[in-house]
Design a protein around this ligand. Structure first.
Ligand code: SF4
Length: 435
């Protein structure tokens, strides 16, 4: 979501004549789009801004420094206690006003920061645009905010209540992207598989989200559809069935289970039992050949015992997730879990995290090794970071590196997989077609 917001702000500023520079050292204006999901993310952003502002006091670097996004929304003017020289603090719903604030501030410099964390009605339908250049793969925001109350999560505070865009406005954006060469879209929302809740009705057992997926799949040129972030309660039978019915939907699904202990799930405010995750995983796997699953897990939530963690570890390996975001619990001020404190010692959290990381490495490597000898259809992203080769992704989000000409960037190619590691597949352009 932040990447999409940053892209929108960048496009907006370029439309007003600002120029994006490749090197931060050349920038006159630096806007840091921030995340609040963990304490570490906030501290990193504050450290970065502090470094830039110190340099400015010495007459070096950027002349204008601002903080945007979730931390701006979460902490607002309180940030000035840590960063008194900041120029701009703009929350998640007011990003489209940044050019106005910049021009006012640049025209009449004042020592007082602009702080805007207001709620803006209807902003989900008025997001900043995007650049005109061709994007093979694009993010499309379809929903903002979240009405769930997961005890550890700051998102309802930083992104506000759930609001879904209209299908017409989403489809117009997808059609424009497809006409410009986009082949893959990722539909974004904080709880994306509950899209439309409270605004559009489920009809004949088909949810607004599944109706939207069907419509997006009908847009000529769109060959892959992904969606994130999800909640297990949003995987109802119609969505599971959609993976069998809509060929453009990728055979990769995010099923964030967070904990394998029902006691901890209840304390987290997650309205499902571990058994439901097992059933969902089986149903999703059965819906589509080659389906892979990813997840999120938090270790060290207050009250998590060794026995609770053992249940998490068992579920993680039993379901065989191949990708995962694994976190140590980080207490966030203002969340429902704040009064519970942070009771699990850091070394215990680290040991639990390490065990899951080891397990993940094994599961990812095993999954990747199974692809050796197959032909994979790959959407080519661009040059590989090192070594003059190309990189792309399979529909399961596996990264593939291979030799090829830059003219292939943005195209689908078939790659014969010859080798695999924990995070990649390695192959060569195939003579046979993928299936
Ligand atoms: S559903 Fe996701 S975004 Fe919403 S409160 Fe829970 S973890 Fe946060």
């Amino acid at each position: 979501m932040n990447e999409r917001d940053s892209e929108g702000v960048g496009a907006l500023l370029r439309s007003k004549g600002y120029v994006l520079v490749a090197d931060e050292a050349e920038a006159d204006i630096i806007l840091i789009n921030t995340c609040s999901i963990r304490g570490l993310a906030e501290e990193k952003a504050i450290g970065k801004a502090d470094h830039l502002l110190r340099a400015r006091r010495e007459g070096k670097g950027a002349k204008f420094v601002g903080i945007l996004g979730c931390m701006a929304q979460n902490r607002g003017a309180e940030l000035l206690e840590r960063l008194p020289d900041l120029d701009l603090i703009v929350g998640t719903q007011r990003l489209r006003h940044i050019p106005d604030y910049l021009s006012q501030r640049l025209a009449a410099p004042t020592p007082v920061a602009y702080v805007d964390t207001a709620h803006e009605e209807g902003f989900e339908d008025a997001l900043p645009g995007r650049d005109d250049g061709r994007q093979v793969s694009a993010y499309v925001s379809i929903q903002q905010g979240c009405d769930m109350k997961c005890a550890y999560c700051v998102v309802p505070k930083t992104r506000g209540p759930e609001r879904s865009r209209s299908p017409e406005s989403i489809l117009a954006e997808v059609r424009a992207l497809a006409e410009n060469g986009t082949r893959e879209v990722t539909l974004l929302g904080q709880i994306v598989n509950q899209y439309g809740r409270g605004r559009f009705r489920t009809e004949g057992g088909i949810s607004p989200f599944v109706r939207l997926l069907r419509s997006v799949a009908e847009v000529p040129g769109i060959e892959r559809i992904r969606y994130t972030a999800c909640h297990p309660i949003g995987y109802r039978p119609d969505l599971v069935a959609a993976h069998a019915e809509i060929p453009q939907l990728c055979a990769q699904v995010h099923l964030p289970f967070q904990s394998g202990s029902d006691k901890i799930l209840r304390a987290m405010g997650r309205p499902y039992l571990a058994e439901r995750i097992r059933r969902l995983a089986a149903a999703l796997r059965a819906s589509r050949k080659g389906m892979t699953l990813s997840t999120d897990v938090i270790v060290g939530f207050p009250g998590e015992t060794d026995a609770d963690f053992a249940l998490t570890e068992a579920m993680f390996s039993e379901i065989g997730f191949e990708q995962a975001f694994l976190f140590k619990y980080s207490m966030r001020p203002g969340t429902p879990a704040e009064p519970l404190g942070d009771t699990v010692p850091v070394d215990v959290k680290e040991a639990r995290l390490f065990r899951l990381q080891q397990q993940l490495a094994m599961q990812s490597t095993t999954g990747n090794l199974r692809q050796v000898g197959t032909v994979q259809r790959v959407l080519v992203d661009g040059p590989n970071r090192k070594g003059g080769r190309l990189a792309g992704r399979t529909e399961n989000e596996r990264r593939v590196i291979f030799d090829g000409d830059l003219s292939l960037v943005g195209q689908f190619v078939d790659v014969d997989i010859a080798r695999a590691g924990e995070t990649y597949l390695d192959g060569k352009l195939a003579r046979t077609k993928s299936i």
